[in-house]
Design a protein around this ligand. Structure first.
Ligand SMILES: [Zn+2]
Length: 289
């Protein structure tokens, strides 16, 4: 699943090819239309497919930003509004002259939304597993979970926010891994980077937040920020279906110490896997206490 660094990579690539351009046409796949006709909410949320098309057609792309793991397209017709996109498990954007130019067949076959831009190129959203989301919003508050997201991890205040939440009655007995993967506590840190940060800090993923000193909590937070920044520099990590808009993958996975490993690279112990917060958590039983 794409996490903050992967989404940041996508946003940095979409920005230069889209800002200032107009969305001339919007195409929604038959699969989405069918799913919506059957009362399901595949990808396009809380809006009929035709209304989604009408809302976006003719709009100019003013800004493209990342907020946590969401992509915010600020669009303008007579007034500004938002297209908010989450990549889900396997969402990917491609900027191509035609769909045939999308590099891999598996992505080409699962294009669900196509924005035809005024330069004649396409911004195509492919989503193999269809857990991605798109919402047209007049303002953030129309989708309240957006307002609950923790501050961006690189912004001042994010560390204090994390400490306050981790030490609150609600969370202090929770497993630290569950805590750092909670977007209301830290923005954008999912299973991959949580696993890596805990391994680096030698903290057992199940340890209760209250059993970690404030100094160690601060170090853990700083370590998450450092890993997120390192991964942005590496173009993100390519676990299963992440691709950037040119169909390329990042290289951060080559630097992983624990995620996806069978054996600890520090001490050689076989790794273990626990389920925490519904996610598989791999750790070293020797190094992480
Ligand atoms: Zn170890």
């Amino acid at each position: 699943m794409p996490e903050l660094p992967e989404v940041e990579g996508v946003v940095r690539q979409i920005r230069p090819v889209s800002i200032g351009k107009k969305i001339e046409a919007v195409t929604v796949s038959d699969i989405i239309r069918l799913s919506k006709a059957n009362g399901k909410e595949a990808i396009i949320k809380r809006m009929e497919a035709d209304r989604f098309v009408d809302s976006l057609t003719g709009a100019q792309i003013v800004r493209v930003e990342r907020r946590s793991k969401y992509i915010y397209f600020t669009l303008r017709k007579d007034h500004e509004f938002l297209l908010v996109n989450h990549l889900g498990m396997s969402g990917a954007w491609f900027y191509v002259d035609q769909l045939q130019s999308i590099p891999e067949d598996k992505f080409r076959r699962h294009v669900h939304v196509i924005l035809t831009l005024s330069d004649g190129n396409l911004l195509a959203f492919s989503d193999i597993r269809r857990f991605g989301e798109m919402r047209v919003l007049q303002e953030e508050a129309e989708f309240p979970p957006l307002l609950l997201m923790a501050p961006e991890p690189f912004e001042p205040g994010a560390r204090e926010h994390f400490l306050a939440m981790a030490e609150s009655a609600k969370y202090q007995n929770k497993a630290i891994k569950e805590l750092i993967m909670d977007g209301q506590i830290i923005s954008g840190c999912g299973n991959i980077y949580a696993t890596e940060a805990l391994f680096k800090m030698k903290i057992h993923p199940k340890r209760a937040a209250r059993r970690i000193s404030r100094r160690r909590k601060v170090e853990l937070f700083e370590s998450i920020v450092a890993i997120l920044l390192e991964s942005i520099e590496a173009g993100g990590s390519t676990i299963s279906d992440y691709r950037n808009i040119n169909g390329e993958s990042g290289s951060m996975q080559d630097r992983f110490g624990m995620y996806g490993k069978k054996q600890c690279m520090v001490c050689g112990t076989m790794t273990k896997t626990l389920k925490i917060g519904g996610r598989a958590s791999v750790y070293c039983p020797t190094c992480q206490k």
